[in-house]
Design a protein around this ligand. Structure first.
Ligand code: IDP
Length: 142
């Protein structure tokens, strides 16, 4: 098993529901450490750049509108198989299909207001962490 880093975002719907702490507890109980974090109200440009790979999708405008609708909590997580572990904790993109006990099953309300983002592969994790955090904002705890 490899130690990995992944980028997680608690989206505006979950921040508005005041469940940041409950979601952080799930990361901690799964053995993931928060090694960087910040709360940000994303600009349109920041959200468009982050989701650039989806720019041709029909829902892109809706996605950017939602992600800029309120503050988000952004964190880098580190741990064994962190990318897959975080995706398991999150559940399926559509909360109606998310397994019981996952973050999206418990806190998401729709496919766009789906509570959390998590990197889906190592290259994405590296790009996404660097998109939001400088090296001096990342604090690995060993
Ligand atoms: P993921 O977040 O589970 O990795 P992706 O397919 O990468 O899912 O999509 C990115 C985000 O785009 C989703 O989390 C969701 O917020 C949004 N999204 C995906 N499909 C739709 C859709 O059909 N309508 C509205 N938003 C969507």
């Amino acid at each position: 098993m490899a130690t990995q880093r992944t980028l997680s975002i608690i989206k505006p719907d979950a921040v508005a529901k005041n469940v940041i702490g409950e979601i952080y507890t799930r990361f901690e109980k799964a053995g993931l450490q928060v090694i960087a974090s910040k709360m940000v109200h994303l600009s349109k440009e920041q959200a468009e750049g982050f989701y650039a790979e989806h720019s041709e999708r029909g829902f892109f405008g809706e996605l950017v509108g939602f992600m800029t609708s309120g503050p988000v909590m952004i964190q880098a997580l580190e741990g064994e198989e962190a990318i897959a572990k975080n995706r398991d904790l999150m559940g399926a993109t559509n909360p109606k299909e998310a397994a019981a006990g996952t973050i999206r099953a418990d806190f998401a309300t729709s496919i766009d207001a789906n509570a959390v983002h998590g990197s889906d592969a190592p290259a994405a994790a590296e790009r996404e962490i660097a998109y939001f955090f400088g090296e001096n904002e990342i604090c690995p705890r060993g």
